[in-house]
Design a protein. Sequence first.
Length: 708
Amino acid sequence: MNFVPNPASPDSDPLIVRGACPHDCPDTCALLVTVKDGVATEVRGDPAHPTTAGVLCTKVSRYTERTYHKERLLHPMKRVGKKGEGKFERISWDEALDTIAARLKDIAARNPQAILPYSYAGTMGLVQGESMSMRFFNKIGASLLDRTICASAGGVGYKYTIGTRIGADTEHVQDAKLIIIWGGNPIASNLHFWTRVQEAKRRGAKLIAIDPYRSLSADKCHQHIALLPGTDAALALGVMHVLINEGLLDTDYIAQYTLGFDQLKQRVQEWPPQRVAEVCGISADEVIQLAREYGGAAQRGEITMIRANYGLQRVHGGGMAVRNLACLPALVGAWRHAGGGLQLSTSDSFPKNSAFLQRPDFLHQHGVATRTINMSTIGDDLLRESSADFGPRVEVMIVYNSNPVAVAPESGKVVQGFAREDLFTVVLEHFQTDTADYADILLPATTQLEHVDVHATYGHVYMMANNAAIAPLGESKPNTEIFRLLAARMGFDDDCFKDSDNAIAEQAFDRSNERAADYDWTRLKEKGWQRLNMPAAPFANGGFGTPSGKCEFYSARMLADGFDPLPTYIAPHESVASNAALAAKYPLAMISPPARNFLNSSFVNVQSLRDTEGEPHLDMHPDDAAARGIANGETVRIFNDRGSMLAKVRVTPKARPGLVVGLSIWWKKFSADGKNANEVTSQRLTDMGNAPTFYDVLVQVEACAGSA
């Protein structure tokens, strides 16, 4: 078979086209797409790519099922029913573009900040993500979107400590002797990391999971520490207390490559194991043994690795929690080894050419400061009137690469906002999602098999190419082409709006940075992937990205920004300990981590994956179920002051006492009551990074009459 960057035409012989998975996952797999007679017949993992190693998750291995789905949007449409009813009729591209441009011109003439883009990681590509789209919105002078919904809290906490979002190299994890999976479920959301973890386990490594819920991954670890949601920062303080007081330290690494050890030593005396145990809802022995395992392994010269995922930072003190975890590897010298240290994200390893991709210089042409709206508070912000403090009411929403009606917190308000008759909404989509039901104009976008893109990653250090394997289905168009056409309708004649997708990809990385000095788009398209010029142990000899160049236990930047400069604990907004009055009404903590067969809200409409997942479930501890007279398999109502939802209860000790777990994110239209877990989540934000607090929620659960 022939490997080709771009198939020129249908051919009787199968072609293999190199691609990359576009979805919001740290693995960013290298794909091999088989094409026969212009039809993609199979999507496989590239066995030569060191991270993918020929294996795809159950979701992406069925990507042809998604691309050729019978409900795929293939033509522009306009709304003919009430908002939310999902009734549309087909129109031409000319009518769609003319309608959108006319509305944008009218509003931009009055105040362009009444126009708001809403996007996230429906594709992680640098071309189809935020390139032509951001050029377009910056040229208009539209409101900026603060894209906080996933990782900004932890990213800020990590960068205060480490200086940059660079971490342990996944390719060496199999050499570790102690692996701590903290706040994540890699079987569901980081499969290729998990494969290496399993190899490390076969070689004798110990695996410890720290998670309120006994997830699929926690179930396969040697030890599971089931702390209360939102208390990870306290546990990290307790581990530091034991490491320091028992001398389980790499004193040479601390002396050379850290800042503020004496202040940290004093601070952690406030956090003895017994206090930590009370805050976290675990035993003091668990705190002590965790620290001894971690420090002891490092002192024996063994590789220790912490994989911190985003679950632990979706609470009030989430940024501080990640900041505290980021101190641990420097205390024991874990950064000395390839595969050692901590990984939250590798995204800052990639020198992206953002100024070229997004053209922020266009904003300066407007002569006024452009406001920023937080995507995590979109429910409130769509309901706000014009004011001196807020600015103009949002009159236009253009949604792409996201499904806010399903994924944004406090969903009842999000729905109210999108239902406004005076809000003009354009949605670029593959399918008629919950958000698409509220569109005035619905535009068909291409899938990853139908367009060109280039990818950075946040779980490994390979630049990835995606070649178009097939022609766009129906009348679908790439995001870039849609915004090019809109730019032309708006009269924008800047040369950047004429850039082809290949031209954008060619300049996507900054070759003046040594990590991407060898980047060549033509070669990358042919091979599919290329490793950055990155050391396997990025902080073996210090070189942190902080102002001091050291791991900063004490951060002057944090103090200047109004935070405690030392690691501390910030209690959840909603918990039995921090809000007793609220807990009297709603005594159960709730988290809603990803379901294995979905990726955020992607793939929910793929029938085979939805059949595997079943229906919306709520996992509940036997003691909590018995106290409420709830039996396994009953339909229950989960509720608080913000809203409610229905789910089928699974009585299981996988949920610790006092915790309920609703795996997500279901499209509302596929649930019994048209709701999902975000009915009960809050728009309150994290301590830093202005991120959502999805796992900082109190609820009550009751059986529905006659539901057994």
